[in-house]
Every structure is written in structure tokens, then in C-alpha cells.
Design a protein around this ligand. Structure first.
Ligand code: PHE
Length: 339
């Protein structure tokens, strides 16, 4: 033991590091928790008690000598960085830029939050569907043009397996399984065989809503949609319902909202009409209720459906629908920070 102490003491005197990093290595070698001196302190436990005092003093002296020597060496390299390469694990990290939500997700989430506040639930369903859920249950006659090859993507023929052309198919599935009262919205991706342009795409997104209970009236439909329009486009928004046609609703209507850009005065977005068309709606046709196992003599309901791309275009003044699908960073980063 005494030998070892002496040997280390001599070594310390002769140390000649060339850089601050080498000093640091020496500090680790001699003074760290697993260093040479610490290991001598470990051995010290087994020293016979009659020489413990003598060795203890020597060991403490050695420790002090080493500490002073290393500090003295470190002092001589002051100003030189300890770490020679660039890796300094104590430095704060570089900022990672914040991502942004896609505008379609922003609008979808906002619409969902408005309807969930009214007590609507969210339903989901498959994108690959059968003819029954997309068309037949919804009262489409066999020769209806929407079934035509031009509109629908077919995966298999006879029996037909198709990509859903609207999320009304989800509502059919809900009606088949749930008992009224039903209040649900179904957001999702839909597919139509259309040429891609600034105003149309073969893939787009919808949110459709369904409300079924006893005594549901057209007034309930109107009031629900007015609430939605004012929450989404602003409290001063007006709505108007124009007669329309869908196979699965009777009566059917198209809803317009007053143009939020020109406040109804007329501008190029509303094509100088003061109104913007936003969704289709109507009272669920009794045939549809019966097809789905709901007694149309007891229950009535309303349904509505809107395209998320279109609503997003109106909200953010986006002129070309293809921008949604190109993932151009210059487009997406404009939505940074929006939640
Ligand atoms: N499903 C219709 C469409 O895709 C929208 C709609 C839903 C219309 C519900 C009326 C009622 O165009």
C-alpha cells in the first residue's frame, strides 16, 4: 500500500498533459469515483488496524496532492475548451420547427366540435363498400345515374364491391345497428370517378349528419343547420334552403349561407349572388328508415351532408382544390399554429 501511494505521488509530479482534454482524462484516471485513488481508499478498509492511522494520513495527503496538481494543470490550460470535438451534450438542442395541421383536418375538427356540442356522436365505416350500403338501402333506383361507371369506382362486379361515393353508407350501418334516438355525424374519405381539376377531385372528404327520433321535423333540421352555420361562419350569418333532390331524402334541400367575405353584397367568391352553397339536406325518406329496420311510422329524421374541401375553400379563400393533395410546404406552413 505504502509502495503504491509513493508510486502515484511520483507519477503526479511528472505529469505533463498537452491539453485541457488530457488534464480532464487525468482527473478521471486519478480522482474520479472509479479512479486510482478511490480504489486505494477501497483497499484501505482491509489495512491492519495498527498501521491504519499512518496509512490514512498518507492516503489523505496523496488525495490532496492529486487534487492540487490536477487543478494546477487545469489552470494552465484555462480558456481552452475541454471537449475537443463539437459534441457538447450539455448545450441546449436546436429548435425543431413546429408542424402544422392540414387545413382539411382543421376544418373537419371544427365541424366535429360544433356537432358534438349538440350531442352528436361520431361514426366510422369502411371505404370499400357493397352496393346495398352506398345505394340500394338509400333508395337509389337500379338505373340511377350515380351508379354509373362514370361516377363509381368498382372493385368487383356482381355482386358489386365499390369505393363509397358518399359517407351516407356509414349512416345506413348505424341505422341497421342502433335504436333511435340516433344523433351522429360521419366524417370520412369518399371516391368518385371524376377528372381532376381546380374544382373537382376523385378523392375528397365529407361530413354527413343524421338525426332520428320521434317527432323530428324540418324545423329541427333548419335550426340545427342555422346553429352550425353561425358557429362556423360567424354569428351574423344567414342561411337559405332551396328545394333540391336526393333519392334518400324527401323533401330535400340545398343550403346556402350568406357570403362571409362581402357580407351578402356580392363579390367574385359568391359570383355576385351574395350566397354560397354549402350542403345538401332533407328529411330521411321513410323507405330508407324501413330498409334499415327503423319503423317509419314511429320515427322521422333529418340528414345532411357537406364536402370538407369546399367548406375549407370558403373558409380560407383557397382557389384550387389540388393544393390539398400536393403537400407543398409553402401551402401547408400557412396553417402553422392553427389548432
Ligand atoms: N350524400 C349526399 C352527397 O353525397 C349529401 C346528402 C346527405 C344530401 C344527406 C342530403 C342528405 O351528395
Amino acid at each position: 500500500m505504502i509502495e503504491k501511494i509513493k508510486q502515484i505521488a511520483d507519477e503526479l509530479v511528472g505529469l505533463a498533459p498537452k491539453s485541457a482534454a488530457e488534464v480532464e482524462d487525468l482527473r478521471i484516471k486519478y480522482l474520479s469515483k472509479k479512479g486510482l485513488i478511490a480504489s486505494l481508499f477501497n483497499d484501505f478498509r482491509s489495512v491492519p488496524s495498527d498501521i491504519k492511522k499512518e496509512i490514512g494520513v498518507k492516503l489523505n495527503d496523496l488525495k490532496n496532492q492529486a487534487t492540487n496538481r490536477i487543478n494546477e494543470l487545469a489552470e494552465s490550460f484555462k480558456g481552452q475548451t475541454v471537449v475537443e470535438n463539437d459534441l457538447d451534450l450539455t448545450r441546449p438542442g436546436t429548435d425543431i420547427p413546429l408542424g402544422s395541421r392540414h387545413p382539411l383536418s382543421l376544418v373537419k375538427n371544427e365541424i366535429i366540435s360544433i356537432f358534438t356540442r349538440l350531442g352528436f356522436t361520431i361514426s366510422d365505416g369502411p371505404e370499400v363498400e357493397d352496393d346495398w350500403h352506398v345505394f340500394s338501402a338509400l333508395n337509389f333506383p337500379p338505373e340511377h345515374p350515380a351508379r354509373d361507371m362514370q361516377d363509381t369506382f368498382f372493385i368487383e362486379k356482381d355482386p358489386d364491391i365499390i369505393l363509397r361515393t358518399h359517407t351516407s353508407s356509414v349512416q345506413v350501418r348505424v341505422m341497421e345497428h342502433a335504436k333511435p334516438p340516433i344523433r351522429t355525424i360521419s366524417p370520412g374519405r369518399v371516391f368518385r370517378n371524376e377528372a381532376i381539376s381546380a374544382r373537382a377531385h376523385c378523392i375528397f372528404h365529407q361530413i354527413e349528419g343524421l338525426y332520428i327520433d320521434k317527432n323530428v321535423s324540418f324545423a329541427d333540421l333548419r335550426q340545427t343547420l342555422l346553429y352550425f352555420a353561425r358557429e362556423f361562419f360567424g354569428q351574423e350569418t344567414q342561411i337559405r334552403l332551396r328545394p333540391s333532390f336526393f333519392p334518400f331524402t324527401e323533401p330535400s334541400a340545398e343550403m346556402d349561407v350568406s357570403c362571409s367575405l362581402c357580407k351578402g353584397k356580392g363579390c367574385n367568391v359568391c359570383k355576385y349572388t351574395g350566397w354560397l352553397e354549402v350542403l345538401g339536406c332533407g328529411m330521411v325518406d321513410p323507405n330508407v328508415l324501413d330498409n334499415c329496420g327503423i319503423d317509419s311510422k314511429t320515427y322521422t329524421g333529418f340528414a345532411f351532408g357537406m364536402g370538407i374541401e369546399r367548406i375549407t375553400m370558403l373558409k380560407y379563400g383557397i382557389k384550387d382544390l389540388r393544393l390539398y393533395f400536393e403537400n407543398d410546404y409553402r401551402f401547408l406552413k400557412q396553417f402553422q399554429g392553427a389548432v
